[in-house]
Design a protein around this ligand. Structure first.
Ligand SMILES: NC(=O)c1ccc[n+]([C@@H]2O[C@H](COP(=O)([O-])OP(=O)(O)OC[C@H]3O[C@@H](n4cnc5c(N)ncnc54)[C@H](O)[C@@H]3O)[C@@H](O)[C@H]2O)c1
Length: 346
């Protein structure tokens, strides 16, 4: 017997996600996901929100990130294991699911390792659009791992960056990133220190992975007027910036309840003032005030961004070949005859 339509869940494999991204184009897809995130941040109050649910171990963290707007429900499974790259594995892998709140039936299952890189870059550049200095042209990219090229391309596509200055403690990572960015239209400068990378940069992105309170930037390195896009500090005990930088910056966050646990601001008092990005996007709070202000996006990654990306993918695959129907739900013709369905399958 064939399962009913609702029982067949569209599944986007890694291979199909890569085909979809090439079909749309990396930069265009980042821009379109950013637009979806911006729309969803504008209706922030209509979402269920909770800090993500972590399972910490000495090896890393595994997290669930749920949210719902009352019509659709989504979650992402994601891990963070900085030690993985030394074993030939990814630091971050992810998959996610959308469901229909009315029936509770899933409507999409998809890989999200690629999609997370796109949505993180989309979020960073969206925030950069609001906070980075006008006419910014150069970005320092510190940490040249899996997320880095996506970050560079997002800031090129959405914030007008034409030069990136790369630095990683591992020169092989910088060489990989520089090679991957060849032919993208970005001028790429490989640097030997974080100090060298930030020379002349109006935007500084930190995207490193280490399970500790790291100090990628110290206070004396950060001049007035820059925008810092801090991606890598996203777990208790895992930060990138010296506390003094935080004290000189205006700090912008996704969802304070989660960022205070996971972000750079875990180093500050629990009532240290921060501005929520959805309020900047809706015009209820001020973004960049002047040329000398240091703006800091203390990014940790929030469930609504994944929800936006999931809904984007669900629409994007409609009528295409970039998914396969997955026989994922047992859905007997007589809803109460689950046992009969099992017996008929003998
Ligand atoms: N905020 C978000 O939404 C979000 C989303 C995805 C990933 N992340 C985080 O971003 C970070 C990077 O992720 P990734 O997938 O690119 O990881 P990755 O392991 O592929 O790359 C991290 C890079 O950082 C480098 N690095 C480590 N310590 C450094 C230092 N002191 N100075 C310079 N470089 C250093 C490593 O050599 C490596 O090349 C991780 O910490 C991850 O948890 C955040």
């Amino acid at each position: 017997m064939q399962p009913s339509d609702k029982a067949l869940v569209p599944f986007v494999s890694v291979n199909n996600m890569m085909r979809l991204i090439h079909h749309i184009g990396v930069e265009r897809m980042i821009i379109e996901i950013a637009a979806q995130i911006e729309d969803d941040f504008k209706r922030w109050e209509s979402f269920d929100k909770t800090p993500r649910i972590p399972a910490h171990s000495p090896h890393g963290v595994i997290e669930l990130m749920p949210t719902s707007d009352g019509e659709a429900y989504g979650f992402k499974y994601v891990n963070g294991h900085p030690k993985n790259t030394s074993e030939g594995l990814q630091t971050v892998t992810a998959f996610g699911l959308l469901a229909d709140v009315y029936t509770g039936y899933p409507t999409l299952l998809t890989e999200m390792t690629m999609l997370t890189a796109l949505r993180t870059a989309a979020t960073s550049a969206l925030v950069g659009k609001y906070l980075a200095p006008k006419n910014a042209s150069t970005m320092a990219m510190i940490g040249n791992g899996a997320q880095s090229e996506f970050q560079c391309l997002a800031f090129k596509a959405m914030c007008g960056i034409d030069t990136v200055r790369l630095y990683d403690i591992d020169p092989a990572a910088t060489a990989k990133c520089a090679a991957n960015l060849q032919g993208t239209g970005l001028k790429v400068v490989s640097c030997r220190s974080a100090e060298e990378a930030i020379e002349g940069a109006q935007i500084i992105t930190t995207c490193t992975a280490d399970k500790k309170y790291a100090t990628i930037l110290t206070d004396n390195m950060v001049g007035p007027g820059v925008h810092i896009n801090a991606i890598g500090g996203d777990c208790p005990g895992k930060t990138e910036l010296h506390r003094d930088i935080l004290l000189r910056s205006d700090i912008f966050v996704e969802y304070p309840e989660q960022t205070r646990i996971e972000g750079e601001i875990q180093a500050l008092d629990p009532d240290h003032p921060v501005t929520e990005m959805w309020q900047v996007i809706t015009g209820q709070a001020e973004g960049r005030r002047d040329d000398r202000q240091i703006t800091l996006f203390d990014s940790v990654g929030f469930a609504i961004e994944d929800f936006s990306a999931l809904r984007y993918v669900k629409r994007a695959i409609e009528g295409t070949e970039f998914f396969e129907p997955l026989d994922m739900l047992a859905d007997p013709d007589d809803p109460r005859d689950l046992f009969g369905m099992l017996m008929r399958a003998r």
